[in-house]
Design a protein around this ligand. Sequence first.
Ligand SMILES: Nc1ncnc2c1ncn2[C@@H]1O[C@H](COP(=O)(O)OP(=O)(O)OP(=O)(O)O)[C@@H](O)[C@H]1O
Length: 323
Amino acid sequence: MTTSPPQAAAILVRGLRKTFPHGAKALDGLDLTVPAGGVHGLLGPNGSGKSTTLRTLVGLLRADGGTMRILDREVPDELTAVIDRVGVIIEEPRFFPTMSARTNLRLLGDAIGAPRERVASALDQVGLTPHAGVTVRALSLGMKQRLAIASTLLKDPDVFIFDEPTNGLDPAGIHAVRATIRTLADAGRTVLVSSHNLAEVQQMADTVSIIARGRLLHEGPVSGLIRGGARVRVRLGSGWEDGATVQRGVTALEQAGYTVQADGDALYVSHAGRAVDPSAVARELGRVDVWPSELGSESATLEDAFLALTDGAGLDRPEGSAA
Ligand SMILES: Nc1ncnc2c1ncn2[C@@H]1O[C@H](COP(=O)(O)OP(=O)(O)OP(=O)(O)O)[C@@H](O)[C@H]1O
């Protein structure tokens, strides 16, 4: 496992454990460090423990063991001291369907004692001002989700915790919610957002924690992760029609510790957690008398890095993401 260098953390989780009564071990000593400022993606396959982590952080579930801190306060013990600085969307928010977006926010704002001007500011920050007078039932799903984000803004929080906020939205809705989340982070806030959608995290997050089976596999900047997954493309040329030659090359590379994927007329050579040097690949192939027509370095996607780290376990590929 690799870890990011120490930096100011908005959320710090150490050794979190949770087993559900009938025996499902959801969290198995999970560590999580969310740097202050920016979007942090909590990425993992279905059932990897993302929701359990977020629900435990905000006091909806009780952990069996481990420690959690939000903005330097121990939670759940000091949750009341910090909860006003945390905006949470974990379950589907409930609004009055026959009332407008603005009226819903006013009622919510009054209930928590927020200044009235926050309503206009919250609508503005999520781009809903033009639709403020529309009844909630007439809003699209994406707009409702942005209204949910606006409702968390009434407290003017420093940290946001969103569980799969783009789930079930159409592409326009996904785009708008993603842009809203980026705006929050660009204003200096911290957004922890869970997702099993690799392309989404790649586009939205600055840093990422990849988890599987309730444990942290990798944590750090998204850009570093992608660089670390850089792979080499070996173009198969004349002479490679011979399946035995291809197999000899693949076997040599695998014996040298590489992961090899065949795709069309090319082999993609990767190595979990580190960049692959094309000349080293050429050397291994040359040893078994295999000579490619072309060798090129290729930056891998977050998906490649994810696959290398999780062995592809339970990966949910979003529509339109790189295969
Ligand atoms: N209330 C519960 N009772 C029993 N088991 C649960 C409960 N909630 C979650 N689990 C189990 O705990 C494990 C982790 O689930 P969790 O919902 O945290 O994962 P996730 O990464 O959020 O998945 P998804 O992307 O599907 O929402 C799974 O095996 C799940 O079946």
